[in-house]
Design a protein around this ligand. Structure first.
Ligand code: HEC
Length: 159
């Protein structure tokens, strides 16, 4: 086979492979509700495991990965609440109150406050400031509560 024919064959194979690619759409609104609920559950788990680590006397630097992950995720969080994913809008039960969309600026502000608290937590972990890290964990939980107080059903306000 000439080089040219080999190249043509390779191109034909690539073209067929291209056509065979499955067309996968973005998540459905119901899928997004499930995705945000799971990531919120995972955040609660990360938060709890950082607290446990402090109780068992570990150093802040051992928690840098968890803190950095929450800081990254804090920026994704509000994007998982697009229009059309509120109560009664999908067949998935959601605790997101209508205020998430009615007062979008406030919701984004609560998310930004949470992101800032998580950034600070990650910085303290990297600096291995264990006492500072412990105190900042309370700030982080407070940022969760502040948002829940207004935007999540079933929470009565910051503790
Ligand atoms: C910017 C607002 C906001 C922040 C910040 C926030 N949450 Fe939430 N959270 C919500 C909303 C709104 C819901 C309801 C989501 C739904 O049911 O669709 C929720 C739901 C949850 C749930 C229930 C998930 C489920 O399976 O139904 C948990 C657990 C949770 N949050 C934990 C946390 C923790 C822990 C933090 C901080 C580390 C946090 N949240 C920060 C707004 C927020």
């Amino acid at each position: 086979m000439s080089r040219c024919a080999a190249a043509a064959g390779a191109i034909a194979i690539l073209a067929v492979a291209g056509l065979a690619q499955a067309q996968v759409g973005p998540p459905s609104p119901a899928g997004l509700v499930r995705a945000r609920q799971v990531t919120l559950d995972l955040s609660a788990i990360a938060n709890g495991s950082m607290r446990d680590a402090m109780k068992t006397g570990r150093e802040a630097k051992t928690q840098a990965y968890a803190a950095m992950t929450l800081a990254k995720w804090a920026r994704i969080l509000p994007t998982l609440f697009p229009t059309g994913t509120g109560q009664g809008e999908t067949d998935v039960k959601t605790q997101a109150l209508p205020a998430v969309w009615r007062d979008r600026a406030g919701f984004e502000k609560a998310a930004a406050g949470y992101a800032a608290a998580a950034d600070r937590l990650a910085d303290l972990a990297k600096a291995n400031d264990t006492e500072g890290f412990k105190a900042q964990l309370d700030e982080l939980s407070h940022a969760c509560d502040v948002c829940h107080a207004t935007y999540k059903e079933g929470d009565r306000g910051p503790k």
